[in-house]
Design a protein around this ligand. Structure first.
Ligand SMILES: NC(=O)c1ccc[n+]([C@@H]2O[C@H](COP(=O)([O-])OP(=O)(O)OC[C@H]3O[C@@H](n4cnc5c(N)ncnc54)[C@H](OP(=O)(O)O)[C@@H]3O)[C@@H](O)[C@H]2O)c1
Length: 291
């Protein structure tokens, strides 16, 4: 099978590409210098190497505008990247007869729930980023493409900056670690998400759910996750991490409070408990220093 991964320089895209190569799949990566998001679907197809001569089975869209705060000030760009481009990729996948794998987010929900969100729960984003992602989902769902949308959350990985690396850096630089204890979600390892995407490609098309809640099992608060990260660094997490509330943390965007996702999908593997996955991942994630 030939896969196209768009955005292989990103936190997730990197591990998606690595996972596919390790599994013996053929992978074409496309990044900022290869692709212009303003192109129309035909131009995108023409710029995918070998798209015409060798069949492409899967297109993974890991390109996204992920800066939640900047998106508040530049919703136009967030929509171009997260919505309009995603819609074009749906057309590209139809043209190539390929499955489209699109990555979405827990931020499609408003965070007012007290129990993990199910796939069928209504989206109601609070942020410009969340709106752009919902609109991208809608364009894909309304297309005739063979798509799968994987909603994930609180991603961390080895190859790019992420929450655990920031926490570790603050410890090293002896900066105070103040972390909100009233935002809840599912910390998810990019490698686990990539393995899940690959696993779904082996399912019969008829058995593939259109939307997957692709997160580690169990939920936690940002504070609790930071404590766990500190413990992984050999520090007494409970005493080095200071618990604060969201009202004490200045941010350019409202953060939904509870965005844990219910990952009891009907088919495919389920990612294990977030704490166990973190303990395994931490050795890799915390040893590689990326700014
Ligand atoms: N990170 C999280 O905690 C989180 C949580 C929930 C959902 N998600 C979703 O997971 C997916 C992957 O997120 P991520 O954290 O891996 O994102 P990321 O690290 O920010 O990577 C984004 C990718 O998109 C590319 N990109 C952005 N704007 C572009 C443009 N105008 N033209 C071409 N390429 C562009 C980046 O390229 P450059 O490297 O050249 O900038 C990079 O390869 C996204 O769909 C995101 O919404 C992430």
């Amino acid at each position: 099978m030939t896969w196209v991964v768009l955005g292989s320089t990103g936190l997730f895209g990197f591990d998606m590409t690595k996972t596919l190569i390790e599994a013996g799949e053929k992978v074409i990566t496309l990044n900022r210098s290869d692709i212009n998001l303003l192109w129309n679907p035909k131009q995108i197809v023409e710029n995918i190497p070998h798209a015409i001569s060798s069949p492409i089975s899967n297109i993974v869209n890991a390109i996204a505008y992920t800066d939640v705060e900047k998106a508040e000030k530049d919703e136009t760009t967030a929509k171009l990247v997260n919505c309009e481009f995603a819609g074009k990729l749906a057309q590209v996948s139809i043209e190539l007869g390929a499955r489209l794998v699109h990555i979405s987010t827990d931020y499609v929900f408003d965070g007012r729930s007290t129990v993990p969100y199910k796939i069928e729960d209504p989206a109601n984003p609070l942020t410009a980023y969340g709106r752009s992602k919902v609109e991208g989902e809608i364009l894909i769902r309304e297309s005739d493409s063979d798509y799968q949308i994987f909603r994930t959350s609180w991603l961390y990985g080895e190859h790019k900056d992420c929450f655990p690396k920031k926490i570790a850096r603050n410890f090293l630089e002896k900066k105070p670690i103040r972390v909100v204890d009233d935002q809840f979600g599912n910390p998810t390892w990019t490698k686990d998400l990539a393995a899940l995407v690959l696993d779904h490609s082996n399912l019969e098309a008829a058995n593939r759910p259109k939307i997957v809640h692709a997160v580690a099992s169990g939920q936690t608060s940002r504070f609790e996750f930071a404590v766990e990260i500190a413990n992984s660094l050999g520090l007494p997490g409970d005493s080095v991490v200071e618990r604060i509330s969201s009202t004490e943390y200045l941010s350019g965007a409202i953060r939904p409070q509870f965005t844990a996702l219910d990952n009891s999908n009907s088919t495919g593997i389920q990612i294990g408990n977030w704490r166990e996955r973190w303990r395994l991942a931490s050795r890799l994630v915390l040893t590689r220093n990326v700014q």
